[in-house]
Design a protein around this ligand. Structure first.
Ligand SMILES: [Zn+2]
Length: 277
């Protein structure tokens, strides 16, 4: 599933490619991808003729600013937003095609269809998309001191991996980056958050910023299935720098102990049993 670095990479690509473009036509072939709307027309009529004013991100959601409305895109497990030309062949699982008056298209492709697109009025965002309002602080956009972070962390009294993946605590981190951040900080996934020393809180706080920023610099992580693609259809590069994720049995890059794998909340978790405490 795309996490903050992948979604932020696509946001930056969109900023370059679609801002100030006007939507000429919208074609919907996959109704599940626009499931919040009663029908195609209700979705399409709010987009056609509108200009894209800007692109922002909230957690793992992309928000395309269009006049009084916002087009929200959540990529789910396998969604891709791809830049295309009208003459390009339509790949399987293409559900929405947006064509701009200036030429060029934006296509939404999703094999597993957990992702979605929907249009909401800006002034009704809180009522119509409450999950966006419930998101915690953004580790890239928001300024939070390590002291405030520590106070909130201690109050959670939960295991570190579940705290990092709690979107209401910090937005945008999922299964891959929580493992990478915890390795970077030298902390175990199941360590209770209220047992951290001040030094460990600072290390965790620093690791969140460092890992996410480096992953954005590398344009995100594409796993073995290569589902994650940027706007141009290219894979990311951060998977080559993963220290623990999917590296079970391989030597830890810090202490040479074999990387371990555990089941945590139904998902695989990777960690070093020796240098993460
Ligand atoms: Zn180690």
């Amino acid at each position: 599933m795309p996490e903050l670095p992948e979604v932020e990479t696509i946001r930056r690509d969109l900023e370059k490619e679609v801002v100030n473009k006007r939507i000429k036509t919208v074609e919907v072939t996959g109704l599940r991808s626009i499931r919040r709307h009663a029908n195609k027309k209700q979705f399409i009529s709010r987009l056609e003729g509108q200009k894209i004013d800007g692109v922002s991100r909230r957690g793992k959601n992309l928000l395309l600013d269009i006049g009084d409305d916002v087009l929200v895109v959540h990529l789910g497990m396998s969604g891709q937003l791809l830049k295309a030309a009208p003459k390009d062949a339509t790949v399987k699982h293409t559900h929405v095609v947006i064509t701009f008056t200036q030429g060029g298209q934006l296509r939404y492709v999703d094999t597993r269809t957990f992702g979605e697109l929907y249009v909401v009025a800006k002034e009704r965002l809180a009522e119509d998309a409450p999950e966006l309002g419930e998101l915690g602080f953004d580790p890239i956009e928001d300024v939070m001191s390590w002291q405030d972070f520590g106070t909130k962390l201690v109050r959670k009294q939960a295991q570190l991996k579940s705290v990092l993946m709690d979107q209401k605590f910090v937005a945008g981190i999922g299964n891959i980056y929580s493992d990478e951040i915890l390795w970077e900080a030298g902390l175990r996934y199941d360590r209770p958050s209220h047992t951290l020393s001040i030094q460990e809180v600072r290390r965790l706080y620093r690791a969140i910023g460092e890992v996410l920023n480096e992953a954005i610099k590398q344009r995100g992580s594409s796993l073995a299935d290569e589902t994650y693609r940027d706007l141009y259809g290219a894979i990311g590069g951060y998977q080559l720098l993963h220290n623990v994720y999917a590296r079970d049995g391989q030597p830890c890059k810090r202490c040479r102990h074999a990387i371990g794998k555990a089941k945590y909340a139904g998902r695989s978790t990777y960690y070093c049993p020796s240098c993460q405490v």
